[in-house]
Ligand binder design. Structure first.
Ligand code: MCN
Ligand code: CUM
Length: 793
């Protein structure tokens, strides 16, 4: 498609986002923009302790505040059987604490008042008597004999163990390890991080006392899933609940689950009979909403002396915080971590993951993670570099040696996944070409010989993602099928409206999904409205996460458009008085085979279909169609990233000088949006590799409650990205597309860390944990003499 970004392509291609018209003019409409007549405001009282018994809560002074309309505590909720809510991981989470508080920032009480300020003021009038308990902060100590038991609310629970889970074949793996020439082992931590979306979480709940219908405007990536959960939590029938997700200012996984504040807003509205708004502030978002990672990993990689990887063995301790939350299904509590063999042809692999409770905020999978693939990619890509270090081999060459070959697809991984398509060597070759890999290595060598005092590092990562949760064949994993619906209406004038279950938080769905319809039907994307984020207006589906919108809802959109095309064919055959079998489709119109001038455009057909004028008996009018799409498999996007850094050994300061990213997400609907997704993810990757960590002190005090303490990357830390692409279509997806939304976040941290460690190689440093802050880099270099032999090999 040859179009500029300013014109509208009739299908796939670059075009500016349709939603930019409102976003750039400040006309976006977010939850906090929802203001209803008589609306009240809620605020949450949070625990100052990481672990404490709640002895008593005195709310009388707060209730006496002239502007306070209600004070809700765990006790109030207990009476309504609402004090605990189910998580998506077969655990329960306290909506408001009754017995104990289990992390600093946990929700203890909810005040509803005339305005936000009064609600905040009244929090200070609530008197809570806590009896402090020793906290469990360190995941490594959580299973110690005699460790304080965090979840004594669970019947018979006497430790902090959540689950043991494993994947792969341990016997075969031990066997290949036994015959390997080299075994490299490394402990590594993927630290706890937070997605920190620009817009914090919030809800406006409005229970209509007359109709009994509850409307919740809320920051959710999955409106239909939230509706079902509200129905289960509140015991309301589903048709009496409407969940509306207006514009969302970034989600990154933070807005998948249900938070206590949402439930409190709902209860507040039921109790007061008025609409209630609750919006978090920044600290609340950072302290209490879904975090990511916190994976303590021990990896081992076995290889022959010439660098053929034979096996991988992994043990993980997963810190899930105080409640096991956010979609880590019972049967699959480590998510998709089992893709940890990555992009390599490995004979045998085994991993074992143990989950533990600690006195920290619950969550675990948020932050563009593809449900633990982030950790898996980091692990294998770091292990490959550790092996290269031990073998004295170039990490690029070692990867090339072991990548899966094109003819191995569809590839059955050693842990049970079927990679749909790929040409990995092509992607890595492309990245090396763009980066000028041999020249970079030469420059590095020359600089080492010149000894100019700074260190240059080149890091590679190659990743395979698995995205598009939904396939029935994986129902055993997720416990539920995840088909997405789509509805397409074509108006009499040939304009259209597409209704979807997925929900954009900045990914540009209003543009790209209109482009899919345009590609299939030849209606301009400008003439197609995309409606999402309202359960009363859109078909059911499980929402946007794990980069599933294009793989699943995108499939639904292509199929529904094809159904419309087939309906149009019947109408066209009536209009042209020929058999449907004699018609041929050309984008935008049906014509009689062999007579190209005979055609009827989709808008002519739409008009006829609605006016009935040319339709004989028996031909249904209208062109509208619906579809429920069950994807046959996940899609497996992949990519090759190369990062170049300069490190100052005196200060530990890392400067990312160059970053090359070659992504393959199959057919690209809108290359400009794809590149934007990659840019964002690369910035996040630099953030995680170099500066981000959600830290706690030994008492469980949260040390990252503001952007002064929890650092997110800015343009200052980012180089000019150099992007490339290869296109390997997904063989099973209707338009050959794979997801892209999380690829760069998943793939880039390892490239940055590998680059920094490549720079530190002359000092014999093989590994250091993220974030590689100046202090961490400086520490890694202490008491290590510079070895010129390592610098120039
Ligand atoms: N796309 C395309 N061609 C492809 C694949 C995707 O043009 N072959 C387009 C899509 O049509 C869509 C966008 O790229 O407009 C992202 O598509 P997809 O990979 O399907 O991901 P989702 O739409 O399902 O978005 C979810 C994903 C996740 S899980 C996180 S986390 C994340 C991410 O997207 N959060 C984001 N990217 C984000 N981007 C923004 N701006 N804000 C977030 O919160
Ligand atoms: Cu894991 S973050 Mo996204 O899947 O919403």
């Amino acid at each position: 498609m040859t179009t500029t970004e300013n014109s509208t392509p009739m299908g796939f291609g670059r075009m500016h986002r349709k939603e930019d018209a409102r976003f750039l003019r400040g006309r976006g409409h977010y939850v906090d923009d929802v203001n209803l007549p008589g609306m009240l405001h809620g605020a949450v009282l949070r625990s100052p302790h990481a672990h404490a018994r709640v002895v008593s809560i005195d709310t009388s002074a707060a209730e006496a505040h002239p502007k306070v309309k209600a004070v809700i505590t765990g006790q109030t909720l207990d009476g309504l059987d609402l004090a605990w809510m189910p998580t998506l991981s077969a655990d329960v989470q306290a909506v408001l604490a009754t017995d104990k508080v289990r992390f600093q920032g946990q929700e203890v009480a909810f005040v509803v008042a005339d305005d936000r300020y009064a609600a905040r003021d009244a929090l200070e009038l609530i008197d809570v008597d806590y009896e402090a308990l020793p906290p469990v902060v360190d995941a490594q100590r959580a299973l110690d004999e005699g460790a304080p038991v965090i979840r004594d609310d669970i019947d018979g629970k006497r430790d902090n163990h959540i689950f043991d889970w494993e994947a792969g074949d341990s016997g075969r793996t031990d066997e290949v390890f036994a015959r390997a020439d080299v075994v490299s082992a490394q402990d590594m931590l993927y630290p706890r991080v937070h997605p920190a979306p620009m817009e914090t979480c919030g809800a406006v709940a409005d229970m209509d006392p007359v109709t009994g219908k509850l409307t919740v405007w809320t920051t959710t990536q999955a409106p239909h899933a939230h509706r079902t959960l509200y129905a289960l939590v509140a015991g309301l029938p589903e048709h009496k609940i409407r969940v509306i997700s207006p514009d969302i200012g970034g989600g990154f996984g933070n807005k998948v689950g249900i938070y206590p504040g949402y439930v409190c807003a709902v209860v507040g509205s039921i109790v007061t009979g008025k609409p209630v708004k609750w919006m978090e502030d920044r600290s609340e978002n950072l302290m209490s909403t879904s975090f990511a990672r916190d994976y303590h990993m021990h990896g081992e990689i076995a290889a022959s002396s010439d660098g053929k990887i034979l096996g991988v063995r992994v043990k993980v301790l997963a810190d899930h915080g105080a409640f096991n939350g956010t979609a880590q299904p019972t049967k699959f509590p480590a998510g998709f971590f089992s893709v940890f063999t990555g992009s390599y042809d490995i004979e045998a692999a085994h991993c074992a993951v143990t989950g533990v409770y600690t006195n920290k905020a619950p969550g675990g999978v948020a932050y563009a993670c593809s449900f633990r693939i982030t950790e898996a990619v980091y692990l294998i890509e770091r292990l490959v570099d550790v092996l290269a270090f031990d073998l004295g081999m170039d990490p690029g060459e070692l990867r090339m040696r072991n990548l899966l070959q094109p003819e191995q697809f569809p590839y059955q991984s050693k842990t049970g996944w079927e990679y749909d398509s790929g040409d990995y060597p092509r992607a890595l070759t492309r990245a090396m070409e763009i980066a000028g890999y041999p020249e970079l290595r030469e420059e590095q060598k020359q600089r080492a010989l010149a000894g100019d005092g700074t260190l240059m590092g080149i890091g590679i990562s190659f990743f395979t993602e698995a995205v598009g949760a939904g396939p029935r064949k994986h129902m055993d994993i997720l416990g539920l099928g995840m088909a997405d619906g789509a509805e397409l209406r074509v108006h009499p004038t040939g304009k259209a409206v597409l209704r979807l279950s997925c929900q954009s938080q900045g990914q540009g769905h209003e543009t790209t999904f209109a482009q899919i319809v345009a590609e299939e039907l030849g209606i301009s994307p400008d003439d197609i409205d995309v409606v999402h984020g309202d359960t009363d207006q859109t078909p059911f589906g499980l929402g946007t996460y794990g980069s599933r919108s294009t793989p699943v809802s995108g499939g639904a959109t292509a199929v529904v458009a094809r159904r419309v095309r087939e309906r149009a064919k019947i109408v066209a055959s009536a209009m042209l008085e020929v058999s449907p079998d004699d018609l041929e489709w050309e984008k935008g119109r049906w014509f009689v085979q062999g007579d190209p001038d005979s055609g009827r455009t989709i808008s002519e057909i739409a008009l006829a279909a609605h006016s009935d004028l040319e339709l004989p008996d028996g031909v249904e009018g209208h062109l509208d169609a619906t579809c429920v799409y069950n994807p046959p498999n996940l899609t497996y996007p992949f990519g090759a990233y190369i990062c170049v850094v300069d490190v100052d050994p005196e200060t530990g300061q890392v400067q990312v000088r160059k970053f090359v990213a070659v992504d393959d997400c199959g057919v690209r609907i809108n290359p400009m949006i794809v590149e934007g997704q990659v840019h964002g993810g690369l910035a996040e990757g630099i953030g995680m590799a170099l500066m981000q960590v959600m830290a706690f002190d030994e008492d469980g005090n949260h040390l990252g409650g503001s952007f002064m303490d929890y650092l997110i990357p800015t343009s200052m830390e980012c180089p000019t990205w150099e992007l490339g692409e290869t296109v390997t279509p997904s063989p099973h997806h209707p338009i050959g597309a794979k997801g892209i939304g999380e690829s760069a976040t998943v793939g880039s941290p390892a490239a940055v860390v590998n680059a920094v460690l490549d720079a530190l190689k002359p000092y014999g440093v093989r590994h250091a944990d993220m974030p590689l802050t100046p202090a961490a880099v400086w520490r890694a270099l202490q008491n290590r003499p510079l070895r010129t032999d390592l610098a120039i090999t």
